[in-house]
Design a protein around this ligand. Structure first.
Ligand code: HAM
Length: 416
């Protein structure tokens, strides 16, 4: 009896051929600038002790209050699928003493993250991020460098239609001064209980509230940018100066609120123009209190998370990735047993030289194999029979134009 089909869980992003090649390309474009800047890989579990996120990310956030995949494991421990990467990295840095060596500790990661959001285009319950974290350095130059690394990733994909929003959330002193005035302002608003409770934990959340009556009321709210302490203001001025030096343009957005509570100082978001509601392709900032909050020493940190799924959607919207960049260089069609053996040898030599080579196996008729070559999208095709093996020469056919040329088997690699 045939079994019932099983579908993927709702709202997950999946990548399979042919689109998976573009996904891989985008992810690698986002990773490489971090590697080039000396960041090193950190691989962490996708599940952690729930408390890491309630304490690290913050209870006023949607991420913690509504979107976590939390369950009891078989030992009745509360486990949560990671909704973001920073808290886990800090946990590992503290646990394994990565902060005891040379500072800053510079780490990159890439993988799946989980948020039980309402699925829509560009918003998934399992999605992919590439992220970096630099721990233990206050220098404003690293803020600009972190932003530049993200920007370089988007540029490597070929994206142009995005902007960078930046602001500063200041230090504890700045936020304390602002908080007094903001809470006074909010007290005059007529808020429901749940919203008041959120505002009591983190009043900045209200800047992010999408309900029209609240965003209207918040138009006149005092802005943290106007409460920056002298040292926070100077730090932010320097970040902007270094961004100018790097030629990275930005928009000051003093109303920007990130979705996680650990941010301090410089914060930023990359927003793509063609993506509609889910336009944030990446974001990050400083989190100078997080490490101490999680039981480590009081070290500062800064990093970002870039949305690989959204960067891919952006690349498709801009039409900057051509599927052609991911196809094989050569498709070999062997005719007969001797040719199959020779094809295996030729393919392994070419592959060792970095070429992408496929062989048509299965002793199919030439016509069927040619169809296979066509479907594969390979750039060139070669038919290998006894006469080619004897003469040591093959006819290399360019699939797109149909043009052929005779090439010595031994010099195929240079010919390709
Ligand atoms: P985040 O802004 O929450 O930051 O997420 C970073 C990026 O992940 C977003 O800009 C977006 O592109 C992507 N993203 C988030 N949620 C979804 C979703 N449901 N579906 C698809 N893509 C999504 C963080 O996660 C911080 N940990 C970043 C960071 C690192 N800050 C400092 N260090």
């Amino acid at each position: 009896m045939a079994g019932k089909k099983i579908a993927a869980p709702k709202g997950v992003s999946e990548y399979f051929p042919p689109r998976s090649a573009a996904f891989e390309f985008v992810r690698d474009c986002l990773i490489n600038p971090a590697k080039n800047a000396g960041y090193q890989l950190i691989e962490l579990p996708v599940f952690e002790d729930t408390e890491l996120f309630t304490r690290g990310v913050g209870e006023s956030t949607d991420v913690v209050s509504k979107e976590m995949y939390t369950f009891l494991d078989r030992g009745d421990r509360s486990i949560t699928l990671r909704p973001e990467g920073t808290a886990g990295v800090m946990r590992a840095v503290i646990e394994h003493g990565l902060d005891r060596g040379q500072l800053p500790a510079k780490l990159w990661y890439s993988g799946q993250f989980f948020r039980a959001e309402r699925p829509q285009a560009g918003r998934y319950r399992q999605f992919y991020q590439v992220g970096i974290e630099a721990i233990g350095l206050d220098d404003a130059a690293i803020d600009a460098e972190v932003i530049a690394i993200a920007d370089a990733g988007f540029k490597a994909i070929g994206l142009t239609q995005y902007r960078l929003d930046i602001t500063s959330l200041g230090d504890a002193q700045s936020r304390a001064a602002h908080r007094v005035d903001l809470l006074n302002f909010i007290a005059k608003m007529n808020l429901d209980e749940a919203t008041s409770a959120r505002a009591a934990i983190n009043p900045l959340r209200l800047f992010d509230d999408k309900r029209p009556e609240i965003s209207k009321a918040m138009e006149d709210a005092p802005l943290l940018m106007n409460y920056l302490s002298e040292s926070s203001r100077q730090h932010f001025e320097q970040v902007k100066k270094y961004l100018d030096v790097l030629g990275i343009s930005y928009v000051l957005n003093p109303r920007m609120v990130r979705g996680l509570d650990y941010y301090t100082g410089t914060t930023f978001e990359f927003v793509h123009e063609l993506l509609g509601a889910q336009s944030g392709i990446g974001g990050g900032g400083r989190y100078d209190g997080l490490m101490a909050e999680l039981g480590g020493q009081a070290l500062s940190g800064i990093g970002f998370g870039l949305g690989v799924d959204r960067a891919l959607l952006a690349a498709q919207a801009e039409g900057v990735i051509s599927q052609e960049s991911f196809v094989s260089d050569l498709f070999i069609i062997p005719l007969g047993e001797r040719a199959k053996e020779k094809a295996l040898q030729i393919a392994s030599a070419l592959r060792a030289g970095g070429k992408i080579v496929e062989i048509s196996f299965g002793d199919r008729a030439l016509k069927g194999s040619m169809k296979g070559a066509d479907k594969s999208g390979a750039r060139y095709v070669v038919v290998l029979g006894d006469s080619e093996i004897t003469s040591g020469t093959v006819e290399v056919k360019e699939m797109k134009t149909g043009a052929t040329s005779s090439v010595k088997i031994d010099s195929l690699i240079s010919a390709l």
